[in-house]
Design a binder for this molecule. Structure first.
Ligand code: KG4
Ligand code: ZN
Length: 348
């Protein structure tokens, strides 16, 4: 049987993205349009996100098909993110995909956004396959998983409050930096001294043991509060401008330390020889370098894709292909879900 050409669509948050993968998972077309309407608000405005997706989705798909050098009729399978995410934003992608699937009589596959992130590195790196420990860090989620095989995910830990990307975005806002805050903090931190200010490592203590509730779990709200406590006196003294880079560096260091430490615990407990980093925060070089450094020369290999770490259509197409190959095609009444459990997820 012919290996299908897949069109993947992503509209769960503030990126309108589409990509075309050929039957061997090669990227033929790849377009990400980051909405800038949210910048002045310092965060994503759901209503504006939905509207912007609606305005741009046709052009984004057309551009991806143009790059691939094919028409819509050459697409064999459609994949679309159905959740979790902003409901209005998701509905734009899902409704568009349902309409096209129906009109062209093509199968449609609903994709879980975090499963798509999990598949992203494997598109360009054939070594990024299970078994592995996965740290998924995005704007809405922070998950530490043991993945024995595609489709079977054991939850080791998750954030109890803010997601890692959300923490970056909130701290950036405190420091007067634009949205999205992650890349802003990362670049400011390169000229800061991470040791000048001390910040806590929430839920990270040396005496935690496997089986403890907080051994793998993560929390960022206390760290954010600590940053507020650090920044306000600096602002009052009129020195925040000169201290900003140092605060950014100290904050990034605290997040990286917690994430890398929890990941190493998972590597030790599972005996996995591979670690996968995914989601927008995995674009952070300091995080990738720190995990790589802690893995050292012990033979455990790190897999992460800078290019495909942020929301994109290629990861949706790849995850859709996995589900499609297993015969999982969406019913005609497919809908979007703002919160949606990862399929195949079990807890320890
Ligand atoms: O996966 P993603 O594109 O969208 C969601 O699924 O949420 O992740 C977006 C998040 C944002 O919070 C953004 O600030 C963060 O990823 N991010 C970063 C970096 N690039 C993006 N965080 C830290 N360092 C970065 N370089
Ligand atoms: Zn994402």
């Amino acid at each position: 049987m012919k290996r299908p050409v897949v069109l993947g669509l992503e509209t769960s948050c503030d990126e309108t993205a589409a990509a075309v993968l050929d039957g061997d998972h090669r990227i033929l077309g790849h377009v990400i349009l980051s909405q800038d309407v949210h910048e002045v608000f310092g965060g994503v405005v759901p209503e504006l996100a939905a509207r912007a997706h609606l305005q741009k989705i046709d052009a984004v798909v057309d551009e991806a098909l143009d790059q691939a050098g094919i028409g819509l009729d050459a697409v064999d399978v459609l994949g679309v993110t159905v959740g979790p995410g902003l409901i209005g934003a998701l509905l734009v992608g899902v409704t568009w995909a349902k309409g096209v699937a129906l009109a062209l009589d093509r199968p449609l596959v609903g994709v879980h956004h975090m499963e798509a992130h999990l598949f992203a590195p494997s598109i360009e790196d054939p070594g990024a396959h299970p078994p592995f420990v996965a740290l998924l860090v995005s704007g809405g989620h922070t998950l530490l998983l043991h993945v024995e095989t595609w489709g079977r995910y054991t939850l080791l830990g998750r954030t109890r409050d803010d997601a890692a990307g959300e923490a970056f975005d909130k701290v950036a806002k405190l420091l007067g930096l634009p949205y999205p805050g992650g890349p802003e903090i990362e670049s400011l931190a390169t000229v800061g001294d991470p040791l000048r200010h001390e910040l806590p490592r929430p839920m990270l203590r040396g005496n935690q043991r496997p089986g403890d509730d907080d051994y793998y779990d993560i929390s960022f709200s206390g760290l954010k509060t600590a940053v507020v406590g650090l920044v306000e006196p600096l602002r009052v003294r009129g020195v925040l401008g000169v201290e900003r880079a140092h605060v950014a560096a100290a904050f990034q260091e605290a997040v990286v330390d917690v994430l890398a430490s929890k990941t190493m615990r998972a590597v030790e407990a599972t005996g996995c020889r591979r670690v996968l980093l995914g989601g927008g925060v995995s674009a952070n070089r300091r995080l990738r370098d720190e995990v790589a450094a802690r893995l050292g020369s012990g033979g455990v290999v790190l897999h992460a894709s800078q290019r495909l770490s942020l929301d994109n259509g290629a990861m949706v197409a790849r995850a859709a292909r996995f589900r499609y190959d297993r015969g999982e095609v969406a019913p005609p009444d497919l809908s979007a879900e703002a919160s949606l459990p990862l399929p195949g997820l079990t807890t320890l």
